[in-house]
Write a protein that binds this ligand. Sequence first.
Ligand code: AN7
Length: 403
Amino acid sequence: MELQCFQCKHKLPIQALAYTCPKCGSLLEVEFSDKELKRNLKCYPLSGPLRVWRYRALLPVLDFSKVVSLDEGGTPLIRCDRLARYLGIEELFIKFEGANPTGSFKDRGMTLGVTKALEFGAKIVACASTGNTSASLAAYAARANLKCYVFLPKGKVALGKLTQTLIFGAQVFAIKGNFDRALELVREVCEKNPRIYLLNSINPFRPQGQKTIGYEIVEQLNGSPDRVFVPMGNCANIWAIYKGFTEFHRIGKIKKIPSMIGIQAKGAMPIVRAFKRGWDYFEPVENPETIATAIRIGNPVNGIKALHAIRRSKGMAEAVSDKEIVRAQKLIAQLEGIGVEPASAASVAGLIKLLRSGEVSKDEKVVCVATGHTLKDPEEAISISEPPKVISGDVRELKGLVR
Ligand code: AN7
């Protein structure tokens, strides 16, 4: 295995401490050869419960004694018959990433990322975040006894995520600017202080943990679905899941790679715009805005990778309004009992839109990735719900209300 530049294909040894290509400045990827994948699987056959570390043969770790884990992964793939019937589709599944230890898919990337931080001998880790990355990093850093710096957009991080980041003991900086600015800042900080290991999604190891979402979907369905819907912010996750599918394809576990559908919020849709215009680059959105604060991102660092994953898999990109997101969030909650945060509901909102336009047909097997738990953003959930009816406690008050 080695690090390889996504654009110019320049190669670096896997032990190199680098986030971007020293030649062209583009993103780095971890690549295994077919021979390595097959040989590793012979040494460590897939066994044990569904978990990130079930796939150790396919993960770029050099010293397994350093693994930092909270038993992440192995999230339920929930068959949603009521929601499917309501939407008029035959087979619909939700991959519920809210069931991870800190309540989002980020834990899959952080178990690997923090393990790599220890391998590199780091004592400090850092990230910018819309909230879930920081909640997850703070937890794994605590477990690994690493100091953790977090840069958040002030006033734009959901309460549950801020709560987690603080209680896990991270040093939090709230910056007067949006996520894109926070990311620029932390990149600068880490460049000036190479002792601080950067764990944003430009880190080449995090997507390697997240690719296990793709592996698990295949194992849970005993094959490939037709389509996988993923909300896009910084666009690492859609790329990572696609990567998981391509590796399972290379080792002969699946015959077909599912088509990847990336969904953004209308107020933060640089990739959707690029996809629809047929561009192989994208123009950042200046002042991104959406109720789904997790994906309130205008300049996604992995945008080019997302475009690649979508096009290569014959997928699509679509944008949904905040109103559509809220509607989908309520449907998922009230028809299936699955509580997701707004960014996660974007995947189902996208499905509703593409079913209506006829781009997705009713006989397709669809998986929507629900990336984060509803408790991440309690204020939003309360604001879109019917408020409690206040009563003084006399049973007569319930006349006509409880039948
Ligand atoms: C619930 O935490 O960017 O496209 O800093 O929290 O891989 O960025 C969160 C992203 C989707 C988008 N759903 O994933 C952060 C952050 C939820 C998220 C996304 C995020 P990417």
